[in-house]
Design a protein around this ligand. Sequence first.
Ligand SMILES: NC(=O)c1ccc[n+]([C@@H]2O[C@H](COP(=O)([O-])OP(=O)(O)OC[C@H]3O[C@@H](n4cnc5c(N)ncnc54)[C@H](OP(=O)(O)O)[C@@H]3O)[C@@H](O)[C@H]2O)c1
Length: 274
Amino acid sequence: MPKVALVTGSNKGIGFAIVRSLCKQFNGDVFLSSRDAGRGTAAVESLNSEGLKPIFQQLDINDPESVRAARDFFNEKYGGLDVLINNAGIAFKNADTTPFGTQAEVTLKTNFFATRDMCNEFLPIIKPGGRVVNVSSVMSSIALNRCSPELQARFRSNDITEEELVGLMERFVQEAQAGAHSQGGWPDTAYGVSKTGLTVLSRIHARKLGHERPADQILLNACCPGWVRTDMAGPNATKSPDEGAITPVYLALLPAGAGEPQGQFVMDKKVHPW
Ligand SMILES: NC(=O)c1ccc[n+]([C@@H]2O[C@H](COP(=O)([O-])OP(=O)(O)OC[C@H]3O[C@@H](n4cnc5c(N)ncnc54)[C@H](OP(=O)(O)O)[C@@H]3O)[C@@H](O)[C@H]2O)c1
């Protein structure tokens, strides 16, 4: 059975560049996924014109039916998944005037809660020796440092559970909607908090894999791709999408038998203290 890799939100931007790089380096089938079939197949055709052969999979991480259908497909066709890159994400523009509470709800829905749903459906089918990469952001670290000392202590602790983290993320949304997030110890960045949640979730899931499947040698990490010229970050960012793909692809292709990095936050291929 061939090996298989899946990249979420890969019809454009960093995800698209990750698929391009995996097509050149990964010894197996590479799936480009998009919530929209038209945008996804157009992206596949664009890589075909470069001589690359990714395969399209419809996947909207906000739609539990779509997530489960994709999981069942990979389970039935490949017996699981070797590489999962959770790249799909959203960000409101700085100039957007949508109320902060709405921005908090919408941003956390995709970047934290839906990515968590992806992990919870797909982690059980990640094969031994598999690699999971969560595309977080340096903003996760910046937002962490702007949280209250109490919140920082919980987000840095090694005993925070997924349930506690989910409760804290829900609390952020509720307090943001009530205009009370500053008093609650949260920073003024919904995107940053969503990515703090994703980096902490990655630490929790790596710890859990170590307890529950120690022999399977699965490595799971969060990373920042850098500041990348995409629709999200705009034309002034410093890296090209191909440069932004380097660290996620490095983590996806960590060699067989490697024991680290595991449960880390990685930037420019280096572990960054959390
Ligand atoms: N660009 C940067 O400087 C930067 C820095 C740090 C971290 N990041 C992170 O890197 C990742 C990729 O960002 P990017 O800059 O490439 O952004 P982008 O160009 O806006 O691309 C985002 C991708 O995610 C997809 N997506 C959004 N919601 C989705 C959903 N519910 N289901 C499936 N796909 C969904 C989008 O699909 P549609 O085309 O259908 O909208 C698009 O393919 C994000 O997680 C982002 O937070 C980016």
